[in-house]
Ligand binder design. Structure first.
Ligand code: ZN
Length: 578
């Protein structure tokens, strides 16, 4: 464990709203001001000398400071933020305050908040009382002059200022320019954390119940943020304040500003307002592509019911990086082309990806799994990414049929690495390494569908899972327990084989041609693993239920012709002669 940890820490915090592409990563003609790499505090620098043991230890300490649900986080429950910021591209300064309201869950005198070390804490006040604080890396401990009683509701104003860091795969916080030289300012900080640009309780377990967001920017520009647009106010000094109301719980990293010379139009699907933002030069290119969002909305509403953030509406907002699931303000940078990665790239290589725009479908799918249903710890991030990848499959199934969906999901197989378990140590903020949390987890769900072996039950199970976990932050164990309860089966060993180990199940088959038999068992890491699987031949599958112990069945088939239905069960098959 120790060794894998060391290598992992340096590659951690890139952020991962979308899987990493192999090869070119351009997103079309509007890709400008690519983010600088590796500037964030306390993180490994790509391409530089390898980190020293001291740096590695410090990185781990910081990942824990950030990822652990420590005493000073667990002693309170977030209720509300009002983030009120002025963003000035001329000085590259962000100035403002976050009003943080929380309920104490125990008696205490201190809470833990987060703000990157390069940003100034101007002052922290409660009413008229200035509060003491101390800083440790990107953490800010706030101390109160007397004990805050359990159950009491507290409110503080955290004033700050500075120039946020541009870093990581999507930029963190970027003061950029569009191709015409106008300001294009945006945030995308899932890996780095929201504290890269504003003070908050920066962890995954606890979310505010709702939030106000006020963004003051030069009056010629438009801000597209999360939530429902309330009003804009001319401040009389060349700046205009845009007020947004977020009516639902929201992950910190989803809170975003997208500031540009946007043009904007609105459409509707049922009761859901759909607002589209794009640079003026790209409106004509964007319109047919953005139209796919309506089919996306109808499709996911078919499977999971009403869009989770109806009061806030849905937005699709043009940005210069690939895309991100910012809640009710999905950002898009896929070059107004189908596939993923620009240039009409069939990135799964099985002839399906070019039928739709990956970023529209994947990032918007996160509204259901990722934003409504959310993981409580970064180690459980497959709940967002594996499920959302499976939703791509559901989209294909609804649009083009089940056969295409199975083909599409199996198209992900070559991208699976099986080198590191998907779910690892908790309380250590770190994006699960590689893409297995996307593709392997999606193929695990595809496998579980075959185990449930009843499509009506399966679709109901998906819907019930969504309904049960929406607006909550959950752990892998919660999902597994729910699946067990709903199906009456013990699916835990199957989940954990895929999530907690590197190897996928191997179906061992040992043929005895003379006796006309085949012995079979699973080779797995999970004790008490048992899983049915369809074997035989294409048009005459029969279901067997191997365990980890040998069983024997009759077969008239040869070793060569005997198969397992590996498109529906993500397993390897190992054949031998006894
Ligand atoms: Zn994603």
């Amino acid at each position: 464990m120790k060794k894998t940890l060391l290598t992992a820490i340096v590659m951690v915090l890139a952020g991962a709203s979308v899987p990493v592409l192999g090869g070119a990563q351009g997103t079309g003609t509007t890709q400008v001001t690519p983010p600088a790499q590796g500037q964030a505090q306390g993180q490994g620098r790509r391409g530089g000398p390898p980190p020293t043991p001291e740096q590695i230890a410090e990185n781990e300490r910081r990942a824990r400071l950030r990822g652990e649900y420590s005493r000073y986080r667990a002693n309170n429950d977030l209720l509300y933020y009002h983030l009120d910021v002025r963003i000035d591209p001329a000085t590259k300064l962000v100035t403002g305050k976050n009003t943080i309201r929380f309920r104490m869950l125990g008696d205490d005198t201190r809470i833990q908040l987060d703000l990157y070390a390069n940003l100034n804490v101007d002052r922290i006040v409660q009413g008229t009382t200035e509060l003491k604080y101390s800083r440790d890396a990107n953490t800010v401990y706030v101390d109160f002059p007397s004990t805050l009683k359990s159950g009491s509701v507290q409110s503080i104003d955290f004033f700050y200022s500075g120039t946020p860091t541009q870093t990581g795969r999507f930029g963190g916080f970027v003061f950029g320019k569009d191709p015409a030289g106008r300001d294009w300012i945006y945030t995308a900080c899932e890996g780095e954390g929201a504290a890269i640009w504003w003070p908050n309780k920066d962890q995954w377990r606890d979310e505010v119940e709702n939030m106000d967001l006020s963004v003051s920017i030069p009056s010629a520009l438009t801000d597209a943020s999360n939530g429902r647009f309330v009003r804009k106010t001319d401040l009389g000094d060349g700046f205009t304040r845009w007020d947004w109301k977020i009516n639902y719980p929201i992950n910190n990293y989803n809170v975003s500003v997208n500031i540009a010379a946007y043009q904007h139009w609105q459409e509707k699907v049922g009761d859901v307002t759909m607002d589209f933002y794009v640079l003026p030069e790209d409106v004509e290119r964007a319109k047919p592509q953005y139209a796919q969002a309506k089919g996306m909305m109808e499709t996911f509403e078919h499977f999971f019911g009403e869009y989770p953030f109806v009061k806030d509406g849905y937005k699709l907002i043009h940005v210069p990086y690939t895309g991100m699931e910012h809640q009710s303000a999905v950002t898009y940078g896929n070059g107004f082309q189908n596939g993923y990665g620009g240039g009409n790239r069939d990135w799964t290589g099985v002839g399906i990806s070019l039928k739709f725009d990956f970023i529209v479908v994947h990032e918007s799918g996160h509204e259901w799994f990722g934003n409504a249903v959310s993981a409580a710890d970064a180690s459980d991030m497959w709940i967002q990414e594996g499920w959302c990848t499976y939703l791509e499959g559901l989209y294909v199934e609804r649009m083009y049929g089940l056969a295409d969906a199975i083909k599409y999901l199996n198209g992900y197989k070559p991208k699976i690495q099986n080198q590191m378990p998907i779910v690892r140590e908790r309380g250590l903020h770190r994006t699960p390494s590689g893409n297995d949390q996307y593709f392997k987890a999606a193929l695990m769900l595809n496998t579980l569908r075959s185990v449930v072996n009843d499509d009506r039950k399966w679709m109901k199970l998906l819907r019930d899972t969504y309904d049960t976990f929406k607006y909550k932050n959950s752990m892998t164990e919660d999902i597994v327990a729910f699946f067990n309860k709903q199906t009456g089966m013990n699916l835990a060993p199957i989940f954990y084989q895929y999530l907690r180990h590197t190897a996928i199940p191997v179906l061992e088959l040992e043929f005895d041609a003379a006796a006309g038999t085949v012995r079979y068992r699973w080779k797995v890491d999970e004790a008490s693993f048992t899983m049915p699987v369809r074997v035989g031949s294409e048009n005459a599958w029969q279901t067997i239920t191997p365990t980890t112990e040998w069983q024997t069945m009759k077969t008239t088939q040869s070793k060569e012709s005997f198969m397992a239905e590996t498109s529906r069960y993500f397993v390897n098959v190992n054949k031998s002669e006894g």
